[in-house]
Design a protein around this ligand. Structure first.
Ligand code: CMP
Length: 639
C-alpha cells in the first residue's frame, strides 16, 4: 500500500453508482464523503489481513481484489471483488478479527472509512445496513460450503461479545445520582422559601418566586429532568403558589420573541434539510484563508457584522447552529473534538456574545437603551452608541478571538484530523446545482434579513416577519410536518417560561427589592470610576447566575443609572456594562443564546465542560475590556 491522497472530483460518479449508497440522498452522501480517504494499493499488496483487527471499512474504486482464506496452512481464493464492491464490514459488524485477507490483483484504489464513522453511518442510515445485509446474504449463498470457517465466525456463540453494531447508540450522559441530588436540593429550597416568612421588603409572592427560581438552578445544572417539563413545572408552581396569575406566568409564550424563536427554529430546520446551509458551510470553508485559525476568526467577525441586521442574538444563533454542525462535518472534525468545540465557541462569541457593539446588535441592547434616563437617550444615536462602545468592542473582539484560538488549538493526534481540500471538492460535486428547496430557502432567509433590517420603516415585529416566511415555506412544501418534528420543543417550552420570568418578577415586586438592595451597596463605589466599573461587572456576573441576561441588564440599568449619574458617571456606561457583563454563560442554564447553540447543533458537537473554558475567557475579557475602556470614556467626558 502506498501513501494516502485526498479524494478528488472523479469519485463523485463512482460514489453515486455504488449499490451500497443508492438509498442515500445527495446531502447525506456529500457529508459521508467528508470522511472517505482514497488509498492507492500496489498490485500484490493486501489491504486487510486474515486474523487482523477491524479498524476500517473499504470500497473498491479501481482494479481487482482477491479474497483469500487460509486454512490448515493452505490459502485459497474464495472470491474476486471489482469496482463498487465493499469489504471489511464483517469484522466491524461482528466484533471479530478479519475473516480473510483481501489482496490487490492489479494496481488498485480503495476508499477507506474509519470504523467509528462506518458504524455511525449504519446506525443512522437503514438503507446502508440493508444493502450490507444483501451483500452478506449473496456471499453466503455463493459460498454454500457447510462448515466453512468464514461462515462459522459469525455464528451464535455464547462467549462472543455482542457485536458493536447491536449495542445501543451512546446516550447523552445522564447522571442519575446527581439528578436525584438536584431534585432533593430543589425540594428543600422550595420548602424553606414557601414555609418561612419573607425577608424584609420582599412580598410573600416575591419570596416564593425567588424560591422557585433558586430551586430550578440545581435541576438545570445537574440535568435532573428534561428542561421542557421543568419549564411547565415552574409555571405551575408560580400559578398554584399564588406568585403570579396564569396570564403572567405564561406571558413569555404570548410574546413575539417566542413566535420568532419557533418560526426561526422551524425555518432553520427546513433550511438545513434543504442542503443550503451545508452548501454555505462548504463555501465559507473554501473561502476563509488561514486554515482553522482563519475559520475561527471568520466566524467571529462574520457574526459581529451580521449582528446589526439581525438584532435577536438567540435568533441569530438559532439560524447559524445547524450550519455550524454541517460545517464541522464538512471539515471532517469529530463532534466533541477541540476543533468542533473551537468552531462552536467562535460562532457563539460572534453571533451571540458581542451584543453591545451596535445599538441594534441585540434586542436587549434596545431594551437597555429604552430604560436609560431621557437626557442620556437624547444624545445617543446609532452612531454615538457604536463610538462610545468602540474601545470595549475592540478589546473584547480581539481578546476573545485570540482566547478561542489559543484555548481550542488542536493538540497531538488531533492535528492529523485536518480537513482535506479534495474532500470539499468532492462534496460540492455530489451536492450538484442548487435544488428548488435550496433556492426557496435562500429566498426566505433573504426576506427574513431584509425584513429585520427594514424594521424601523415598516415597524412589523421580527416574530411576524419570521412567521410569514415560515408560512410561505410551508405553502411551497419546503416546510412540512416532518420539519416540525425536528424542532426541539423542550427548549421552546423552556424559552417561553424564561421569557415570562421578568413579568413574574415584576408582578411579585422582586425587581424593586433587588434594585433597592443593589443601589445601597454600590453607591459608595461610584467615586472611583475604575473601581465602580470593575465592581459593577462582578456584580453583573453574580446577578446573571440567578436572573436572565434579558431581564438583569435592563433591571440593573434602571436601578443603578440614577445612582451613577449622581456620581458623575453617564448612565450609558451602566447600560453598556450590564448589557455585556450579564450575558455570561458560566453555567448552561444561564443563557438562552448558549442553549440555542448547544441544542441547535444537536447537543453533541461540544460538551458543557469544553464550553466552560470559553465562558471563563468571556468573563476575564469582559472585565479587562470594560476596565481598560475607562480612560477613553473619561476622555469622551462620560466619566
Ligand atoms: P472482514 O472479515 O472485516 O475482513 C475480510 C473481508 O473479506 C470480510 O470482512 C469481507 O468483507 C470479505 N470477505 C470475506 N469472505 C468473503 C467472501 N466469501 N466473498 C467476498 N468477500 C468476502
Amino acid at each position: 500500500m502506498s501513501e494516502r491522497q485526498p479524494p478528488g472530483l472523479e469519485y463523485a460518479t463512482v460514489l453515486t453508482q455504488v449499490d451500497l449508497f443508492t438509498g442515500l440522498d445527495r446531502v447525506t452522501l456529500a457529508k459521508l464523503a467528508a470522511h472517505l480517504e482514497v488509498v492507492p494499493v500496489d498490485a500484490g499488496s493486501a489491504v486487510v489481513h486474515q486474523g487482523g483487527p477491524g479498524d476500517a471499512f473499504y470500497l473498491v474504486v479501481k482494479g481487482t481484489f482477491g479474497v483469500y482464506v487460509a486454512a490448515d496452512g493452505d490459502e485459497s481464493c474464495v472470491n474476486t471483488l471489482g469496482p463498487g464492491a465493499p469489504f471489511g464490514e464483517m469484522a466491524l459488524l461482528s466484533g471479530r478479527p478479519r475473516s480473510a485477507t483481501v489482496r490487490a490483483e492489479t494496481a488498485a484504489e480503495v476508499l477507506r472509512l474509519e470504523r467509528s464513522r462506518f458504524l455511525d453511518l449504519v446506525r443512522r442510515e437503514p438503507q446502508v445496513g440493508l444493502a450490507l445485509a444483501g451483500t452478506l446474504c449473496e456471499r453466503l449463498r455463493r459460498a454454500q460450503v457447510p462448515g466453512d470457517d468464514t461462515t462459522e465466525a459469525v455464528s451464535s456463540d455464547s462467549d462472543v461479545p455482542a457485536p458493536p453494531i447491536l449495542m445501543p447508540a451512546p446516550r447523552p450522559s445522564r447522571r442519575p445520582n446527581l439528578g436525584t441530588l438536584g431534585l432533593a436540593v430543589a425540594a428543600v429550597v422550595i420548602l424553606v422559601t414557601w414555609l418561612t416568612p419573607s425577608p424584609p421588603g420582599l412580598t410573600r409572592a416575591g419570596w416564593r418566586a425567588v424560591g422557585t427560581l433558586v430551586a430550578a438552578v440545581p435541576i438545570l445544572a445537574l440535568d435532573a429532568m428534561p428542561e421542557g417539563i421543568l419549564a411547565l413545572s415552574l409555571a405551575a408552581a408560580w400559578v398554584l403558589g399564588g406568585v403570579a396569575p396564569v396570564n403572567v406566568a405564561l406571558s413569555g409564550f404570548a410574546s413575539t420573541s417566542w413566535v420568532l424563536l419557533v418560526s426561526v427554529l422551524a425555518m432553520g430546520a427546513a433550511i438545513a434539510a434543504s442542503g443550503l446551509l451545508y452548501r454555505i458551510a462548504l463555501w465559507i470553508v473554501a473561502h476563509s484563508p488561514g486554515g482553522y485559525m482563519g475559520q475561527l476568526a471568520a466566524l467571529s467577525v462574520g457574526g459581529v457584522l451580521v449582528g446589526p441586521a439581525v438584532p435577536n442574538a438567540t435568533g441569530r444563533v438559532t439560524l447559524i447552529a445547524p450550519a455550524l454542525r454541517e460545517l464541522v462535518e464538512a471539515l471532517g472534525y469529530a463532534p466533541g473534538s477541540r476543533q468542533a468545540a473551537g468552531l462552536a465557541m467562535a460562532t457563539l462569541i460572534g453571533f451571540g456574545q458581542l451584543v453591545g457593539v451596535f445599538l441594534t446588535s441585540s434586542t436587549t441592547a434596545l431594551l437597555v437603551f429604552a430604560v436609560l434616563p431621557a437626557d442620556t437617550r437624547r444624545d445617543l444615536s446609532w452612531l454615538t452608541w457604536a463610538t462610545r462602545a468602540l474601545p470595549t468592542s475592540v478589546i473584547l473582539v480581539a481578546g476573545l478571538i485570540a482566547a478561542v484560538i489559543w484555548l481550542y488549538r488542536p493538540r497531538g493526534a488531533e492535528r492529523v484530523a485536518r480537513p482535506r481540500p479534495g474532500a470539499l471538492e468532492l462534496q460540492r460535486a455530489l451536492l450538484g446545482p442548487p435544488s428548488r428547496a435550496e433556492q426557496l430557502s435562500l429566498l426566505a432567509a433573504t426576506w427574513l434579513v431584509f425584513g429585520f433590517v427594514t424594521q424601523p420603516w415598516h415597524r412589523i415585529e421580527p416574530g411576524w416577519i419570521a412567521a410569514l416566511a415560515l408560512g410561505a415555506l410551508a405553502l411551497t412544501g419546503v416546510v412540512n410536518a416532518e420539519t416540525l418534528r425536528s424542532v426541539n420543543w423542550s427548549f421552546v417550552l423552556l424559552f417561553g417560561t424564561l421569557a415570562s420570568l421578568s413579568s413574574v418578577f415584576t408582578t411579585a415586586a422582586v425587581d424593586r427589592w433587588v434594585a433597592g438592595a443593589v443601589s445601597a451597596s454600590v453607591r459608595g463605589l461610584a467615586g472611583t470610576p475604575v473601581v465602580f466599573v470593575g465592581a459593577l461587572t462582578l456584580l453583573c456576573f453574580a446577578v446573571s447566575l440567578v436572573l436572565r441576561w434579558q431581564a438583569a441588564a435592563p433591571l440593573l440599568t434602571i436601578a443603578l443609572g440614577p445612582v451613577a449619574a449622581a456620581a458623575g458617571i453617564s448612565p450609558f456606561i451602566v447600560g453598556l456594562v450590564t448589557l455585556i457583563a450579564c450575558n455570561g454563560f458560566f453555567l448552561p442554564y444561564q443563557s438562552t443564546t448558549y442553549l440555542a447553540l448547544y441544542h441547535g447543533t444537536g447537543g453533541g458537537l461540544f460538551t458543557h465542560r469544553q464550553a466552560r473554558l470559553a465562558a471563563l475567557a468571556y468573563g476575564v475579557s469582559t472585565l479587562v475590556a470594560l476596565c481598560a475602556s475607562v480612560p477613553v470614556w473619561r476622555a469622551m467626558g462620560l466619566l
